[in-house]
Design a protein around this ligand. Structure first.
Ligand code: UDP
Ligand code: MG
Length: 162
């Protein structure tokens, strides 16, 4: 049965995804972007940015008590990061599935980290872990005007919306 437009719109959500400096330097941008794109999610914002250490500390503020926090923030601010917002039904949770477990030694093959990374400190990609973090991270990394609203003509084929 086809979903109606209203039900579809109500399920739409946005998540913050970033390719960290290791993923950018290793030439994995197109590989990673294509996995989200081919799945059927819609890209609504994208930019290449070198975050300051202070910015990295804000992004990872939940982890400030962890022993790896300082090294992690140094690393995130060590080079260009590809910051993105992706939109789709269930994209927050399923985006995390595409990414795979935090430790690439435990990520399933077929996931981004499972296929493309080996150690937890260089796991190439970040994805918001829930609706509140997604909202906070999108607001931290992007100005509202950088989020592009447009119609994706493939949507009726991806979602079966009538
Ligand atoms: N991290 C690390 N050592 C650890 C755990 C995490 O270096 O023991 C890094 C890793 O890069 C991870 C990031 O800290 O992606 C954020 O940790 P989180 O638990 O939020 O994992 P994620 O949400 O990225 O899967
Ligand atoms: Mg996290």
């Amino acid at each position: 049965m086809l979903q109606d437009q209203e039900a579809h719109a109500a399920e739409m959500e946005r998540t913050f995804i970033a390719i960290k400096p290791d993923g950018v330097q290793r030439g994995l941008i197109s590989e990673i972007v294509s996995r989200f794109e081919r799945k059927g999610y819609k890209l609504v914002a994208i930019k290449l940015i070198v975050p300051s250490k202070e910015f990295a500390q804000k992004h990872y503020h939940d982890l400030k008590e962890r022993p790896f926090f300082d090294g992690l923030c140094d690393f995130l601010s060590s080079g260009p990061v590809l910051a993105m917002v992706w939109e789709g039904e269930g994209v927050i949770k399923y985006g995390r599935k595409l990414i795979g477990a935090t430790d690439p030694q435990k990520s399933e093959p077929g996931t981004i980290r499972g296929d493309l990374a080996v150690v937890v400190g260089r796991n190439i990609i970040h994805g918001s872990d829930g609706p509140e973090t997604a909202e906070d991270e999108i607001a931290l990394w992007f100005e509202p005007k950088e989020l592009v609203s447009y119609t994706n003509n493939a949507e009726k084929w991806i979602y079966g919306v009538n």
